[in-house]
Design a protein around this ligand. Structure first.
Ligand SMILES: Nc1ncnc2c1ncn2[C@@H]1O[C@H](COP(=O)(O)OP(=O)(O)OP(=O)(O)O)[C@@H](O)[C@H]1O
Length: 237
């Protein structure tokens, strides 16, 4: 369970997010959606203890991320793709994470298989396509068999088959009782993956709830977004 309560984050005079609250529940895939620069990454960084909020708090299973006893075994996260050293081999990136977090080595083969990177595991990360880097990031997030997954733009750079694979995987993962929170600026795409949505625009949550409720009366999620924010398609994103 993820609970973000009244989070505001200012960088000097600039407000990145203002009074953002959201909940992501076990057994559900929650989409955190909004255009570029809306404040998604900032909120997720606060959630993962990478940034301190100016106000509010973010909890995972009732405690702040920094206070989790075994963070990687509780929360698997992917921000900025894999974040791997380009000269490293994919498998060595995962080995390094596993070793530093006392995760059994057998998990490396398992997560490589899940994301379809087994054959490319020994290649250096700099030779990977954007999609392969995303897969490596997802593999790293899954290493600790976490109950909670937090993914920033997980389908960015993936081809349609890759998107479908990730979608199926995330739906299955949630169906096992896990919590999945993913951010995206691709509303139409993400609407096919999520149960619940939280829509953010210019640092503020504009709507949240089950997908059917948020889209009721609209042609789809994108349409609902434009209606809610008063913007027209093509304006500003
Ligand atoms: N370290 C920082 N210093 C100053 N401003 C920042 C910083 N990080 C983010 N911002 C600003 O906060 C706002 C929200 O950015 P954020 O990256 O959270 O948006 P986003 O929804 O994740 O968008 P994107 O999809 O483009 O990453 C933007 O206006 C951004 O310029």
């Amino acid at each position: 369970m993820i609970e973000i309560q009244g989070v505001t984050k200012r960088y000097g005079p600039r407000t990145a997010v203002e009074d953002v609250s959201l909940t992501a529940a076990p057994g559900r895939v929650t989409g955190f959606l909004g255009p570029n620069g809306a404040g998604k990454s900032t909120t997720l960084r606060v959630l993962l203890g990478l940034d301190r909020p100016t106000a509010g708090r973010a909890l995972v299973d009732g405690v702040p991320y920094r206070d989790l006893r075994r963070p990687l075994r509780t929360v698997g996260a992917m921000l900025d793709g894999a974040g791997a050293v380009p000269e490293r081999r994919g498998v060595d990136h995962l080995r390094w994470i596993a070793q530093t977090h006392r995760i059994p080595a057998r998990r490396i083969e398992e997560v490589l298989d899940v994301v379809g990177l087994t054959d490319a595991a020994r290649a250096r990360v700099r030779t990977y396509s954007l999609g392969m880097r995303q897969r490596l990031g997802l593999a790293a997030a899954l290493l600790g068999e976490p109950r909670v997954l937090v993914l920033d733009e997980p389908v960015n750079g993936l081809d349609p088959e890759g998107i479908r694979t990730v979608r199926t995987f995330l739906r299955d993962y949630a169906a096992q009782g896990n919590t999945v929170l993913l951010s995206s600026h691709l509303m139409g795409e993400t609407a096919q993956t999520v149960d619940d949505v939280v829509v953010i625009d210019r640092g503020r949550v504009v709507t949240s709830g089950p997908l059917e409720e948020v889209t009721a009366g609209h042609a789809g999620l994108e349409d609902a977004f434009f209606a809610l924010t008063g913007t027209a398609p093509g304006q500003g994103w």
